[in-house]
Write a protein of this length. Structure first.
Length: 159
């Protein structure tokens, strides 16, 4: 009886140690990123990405005169370099290496030029800008293809 208990105990210890070493063996990768845990403070309806601005739609038509998008471009194509995390209720799963449509609510121009009262101000983005941003899903009725999906960007920072 004592001998079988010792064997079971020894096997349990070996099993636990082998599981622990699997997590510890990841070189340079934190456990949080390995498990895809969202960054602290990420709102539930947001996906945080690192992206590159690849195309700007400079058309200012179709916006009300009091809309900032009537003064500076707001629509762009963004290449998704990496996904930093998802909020708990973000409804779409994105992949790295895809290009998405994005609507920048405070325009792609520096906010000091278009919206001088907005604080904190944003520096603006140009083609090739690499930035971190929070995407929100903009529901598009009747559109089934992810490539036609538009995401809203209320916050970004240049990397």
């Amino acid at each position: 009886m004592i001998r079988s208990t010792s064997v079971v105990f020894l096997l349990s210890v070996v099993t636990l140690l082998s599981c622990r070493s699997t997590l510890d063996d990841r070189s340079g990768e934190s456990k949080a990123s390995a498990l895809k845990i969202p960054p602290a403070g990420l709102p539930p309806d947001v996906c945080r990405i690192v992206g590159t601005l690849v195309r700007v739609d400079s058309s200012l038509k179709g916006y009300r005169a009091d809309d900032p998008c009537s003064k500076a471009p707001c629509e762009a194509l963004v290449y998704v370099d990496s996904i930093l995390g998802y909020g708990s209720s973000f409804p779409v799963v994105l992949s790295t290496g895809v290009t998405i449509r994005a609507h920048f609510t405070l325009t792609l121009a520096p906010t000091e030029q278009v919206l001088p009262t907005v604080k904190p101000s944003f520096p603006g983005l140009v083609l090739g800008s690499n930035f971190r941003a929070d995407l929100k899903n903009m529901p598009t009725l009747g559109v089934a293809q992810e490539a036609r999906q538009t995401f809203v960007v209320d916050w970004y920072e240049i990397r």
